[in-house]
Design a binder for this molecule. Structure first.
Ligand code: 3PY
Ligand code: MG
Length: 260
């Protein structure tokens, strides 16, 4: 089976950087895959993506060696099996709040006798390889998003579940859950403390610590702090920033918008 080199890197404590795909466009997925990120998350939680376009998104990423991951919309088994059957090499599971939830996701992602996943994965066999049945548990990653107060409180037990490879902190939901607004340029000290506590739990349990960031400076800081699974912005944020910068530069050189 094709090696999940991101899983190998984070297992040995090496840093990786990825990004998130919210646009729902396979062309943009392909562009992002060629940009040089280690991994990309097709986001089914907050985006224009759906099970209907997931196959094209994963195929677009597969034109490169970037590792294709999927953020599930919920923890329901139907999404776990459909994402994996389409060739996802890892699941990003939103709002995990207990060890019980984490264990249920791992069980749904693995074939018997270690889990309850049912068979039927034409693209898993094509993208992964003919030994997919015996090797998939080794190659596929399961990443628990810890982004609520309960997630912080139960972080150690969640990260201790066999088959959970990493945590991924959602700074916006974590902020909201702790009573602070989202989209903060710098996290509120209480939220930052919670993020560091989650990271500590992951590392103590021998798992990788991950977090979403929105600037290269923030991503570098997180890598220096020991996070090894760092998300850097999203496709639509890159588009928005580049378009606004270009329009602002043009207006500066030419006429200002208010003159029209
Ligand atoms: C959050 O910040 O809550 C996220 O889920 C980031 O993707
Ligand atoms: Mg979130």
């Amino acid at each position: 089976m094709r090696t999940n080199w991101v899983k190998q890197l984070i297992k040995s404590g090496q840093p990786t950087v990825g990004s998130m795909l919210n646009s729902g466009s396979p062309l943009i997925a392909e562009i992002m895959a060629h940009a040089g990120f280690d991994w990309l998350i097709v986001d089914l939680e907050h985006s224009e993506n759906s099970l209907a376009n997931l196959q094209g998104m994963l195929q677009a990423i597969s034109t490169t060696s970037t590792v294709p991951l999927v953020r599930l919309p919920t923890q329901e088994v139907v999404f776990i099996k459909r994402a994996l059957d389409l060739g996802a090499y890892g699941l990003i599971v939103p709002q995990v709040e207990s060890a019980l939830e984490a264990a249920a996701v791992v069980k749904a992602a693995r074939y018997p006798p270690h889990g309850s996943r049912s068979w039927g994965t034409p693209r898993g066999l094509l993208y992964g390889g003919p030994d997919y049945f015996t090797r998939s548990a080794d190659e596929i990653m399961v990443v628990a998003m810890l982004e609520t107060r309960a997630g912080v409180e139960n972080a150690r037990q969640i990260m201790g579940i066999n088959g959970i490879d990493a945590c991924f902190i959602g700074p916006n939901d974590l902020s909201i859950s702790l009573g602070h607004p989202p989209e903060a340029a710098e996290l509120n000290p209480e939220v930052e403390e919670a993020a560091q506590a989650i990271k500590h739990s992951a590392l103590v349990e021998g798992k990788a610590a991950g977090i979403q960031t929105y600037t290269s400076i923030a991503a570098n800081q997180r890598l220096q702090q020991g996070f090894t699974f760092v998300g850097l912005s999203t496709d639509i944020r890159y588009l928005s920033t580049a378009a606004r910068t270009a329009a602002a530069e043009f207006q500066f050189l030419g006429r200002s918008r208010s003159e029209t």
